[in-house]
Design a protein around this ligand. Sequence first.
Ligand code: ZN
Length: 465
Amino acid sequence: MRQRFSIALVCVSLLNAGTMPPEADQRLALDIYKQMVEIRSGFTTGATTPVVEAVAGRLKAAGFPASDIFIGGAIPKKANLVVRFHGTGAKKPILLLAHTDVVEAKREDWSTDPFQFIEKDGYYYGRGTADDKAQAAVWVANLIRYKREGFKPDRDIILALTADEEGGGPYNGVDWLLKNHKDLIEAEFALNEGGRGELLDGRRISNDIQAAEKWYVDLRLEVTNKGGHSSQPVPDNAIYHLAGALVRLGQFAFPMKTNEVTKAYFAEMSKIEKGSLQADLAQVAEGSPVELSGEAMERVAKLSPQWNSMLRTTCVATELEGGHAKNALPQLAAANVNCRVMPDDSLEYLQSTLKRVIADDQVIIKVDNMEANAPGSPLRADVMHAMNRVTDTMWPGVTVLPFMSTGATDGRSLREAGIPTYGVQGFFNDRNDNRAHGRDERMMVKSFYEGQTFLYELVKNLASQ
Ligand SMILES: [Zn+2]
C-alpha cells in the first residue's frame, strides 16, 4: 500500500505543480488525516480526546511550546485542543476551527470499514474524511508548515479542534470554550467548515464561502382532551384538531425574502446558470421592483427545495404521536414541527405566525428544542478579497459563492458570541454526491491536497496584509 501510494503521489504532483503542496507537506497532512480518521470519535460511542492528544504530540515535536497548547473539555473523553501560533500582534487574531467528532457509522452499512482509512480509485474513504477531519488535519499540517518555514504573521493564528459538533449537546467544544476559556479563542473572525468547492460533471463550478446559517427550532403541537368511549364519539377530538392544524400548516408557506448573503449568492448563481433561470436568479438578487422579484422568487423556489429553503423560513411536520387505545377517544395528539428559520426572523414572529395559520386555540404550540439565532456574518472586504485572490490563482474562472446554510454548524455559536465566521474549505466535491453523514463517506485525493494548498494560501493572505 505504501509503495503504491508514493508512486501515485509523484504522478499527481507532476500534473498539478501549481496547486499541490510540497511532497513532504502532503505526506504530513496525509499521516495526520489517516490517524484522525482511524481514531473512533463517533458522537455517541467515541472519544475526541485521543484525537487532540495525538495532535498535541505532533505540535510539540514541531516546536510549539507546551504553554501555547491547551487541552480541556466538558468531560474527560470529550477534550478540545487550542493552540496559538504567535504573530506580531499588529492585528487581532484569526481563529481556525474544525470539529473532531464524527457521525456514527456501522461496518455493516458500509462497503469498507468506516474507521479504516482507505485509498481507492482516486478517493480517500472513511468516516470523517469529508466531515470534518480533512479540514482538521489540514489546519494542523499547515500550522506546522508555517512554523517550519519561519512565517511571521501579523496576527496570532489560533487553531481550535473541538468536540461534539454533530448533534451538539452539553459537551459541545465551541460552547464549552466560549463559556470557560473565551480568551483562548477570542478573534477578529473565524474560518470553519460549511463551505466547499462544487463540481458538476467533473467541472469546477464554485468555491463556496458560508457566511450565514438558518437556525433550528423544534415546536411541539399538542392537543389534550378528556377522551371517552369510542362507541360514542363527539366532534371535539384531539386527533382531528391536530390533523386540521397540520393540513393548514402544510398549505402554508412563509413569505420569501433575501439577505446580504443570499443576495450575493443568487447574483453569483445567475452567472453560473443558463437560460431563463439566469434572468430569474439575477432578479431575485436585484430585489426590485418588488413585484417582479416576488414572481422570480416563486419560480426559483419551485425549482429546488434548497433554493426554497434559502428564500424563506420553513416549518415541517416530522413526528406524530397520539391516542392510547384502539377503542378510546384520544386524550392526546401531538406532532413535532421542525423549523429552519431565517437569521433575521424572531421566535415571536415564528410563534405568532404559526398560531395564526393553525387558527385553533385547542392546539398548544410549545418550543421543544431551540438553537441560538445567530446573525449572518458580514461579507468582509478582507476575507472576500483573499478568497477571490487565492481561488483565482488556483482555479481561474471559478466563482467565489457566498452561501447561507439551511443546516447548522458550530459557526452559529461563534457568530452569536460576536466572532464573524466563514465556512471555507476549498475541497472540491461533486455537488450531487454529498456523502457526509452517510455511507461510504469520501474525499477526492486530489481535492484533499488542493484544499491543503488553498487553506495554506488563504490563511497566509489573511495574516499578512
Ligand atoms: Zn461537520
